[in-house]
Design a protein around this ligand. Sequence first.
Ligand code: HEM
Length: 194
Amino acid sequence: MQSGGPNWELPLGRRDAIQASLSASNNNLPPPNSTIQNLIKLFRRQGLNVVDLVSLSGAHTIGMARCSAFKQRLYNQDGNDEPDSTLEITYSNGLKTVCPKTGGDNKISPLDFASPSTFDNTYFKLIMFGKGLLTSDQVLLAGNVEETMLLVKAYAEDYALFFDQFARSMVKMGNINPLTGYQGEVRKNCRMPN
Ligand code: HEM
């Protein structure tokens, strides 16, 4: 892989739906300002445990998020016009320059600013310094759930442990609730048909 990261044996032949459902997505995908309890609940609903939650969140070692996904943390996390107290202050100030209080919703910032296009464990190291971009990233440590806190620390210290678990959890995620029989299709092209 060009960006680094683990390789794994990918089971083939999953039958996927022919149509996507906005409401099913909205009901099952956690929002970026999720509490740790909500993340655990929504992952569990899909048969994914806390280890899967933390390791798969590590996918945020790559890519970007829009200002609209983290704005609340910068200006008004709890409805009292205060920033999220778990967000490190210099990082927060930098984010404010990309993500103003009003407007700029589609401006983007890296989920892992230290190495946004490399698959590594810096995502977890940044969380250890209060520099996780989304609430859903930072609460893995700051949410006071011991199991997720310990996993963040473990992955920050040991990239191989993270890589190994990420591969396992990706396979597990790929096996969630597949269609069977003649329902749906085995995709020859990952792109959803128009
Ligand atoms: C734990 C719950 C999760 C939440 C709340 C979450 C939320 C988000 C949000 C809000 C964005 C930015 C989207 C945008 O602004 O357009 C994002 C980006 C991304 N997420 Fe997640 N995500 C979660 C889990 C995952 C998982 C499990 C994976 C894959 C294994 C993943 C992979 C990615 C990637 C690669 C990007 C970057 C996309 C890009 O740069 O175009 N996320 N996520």
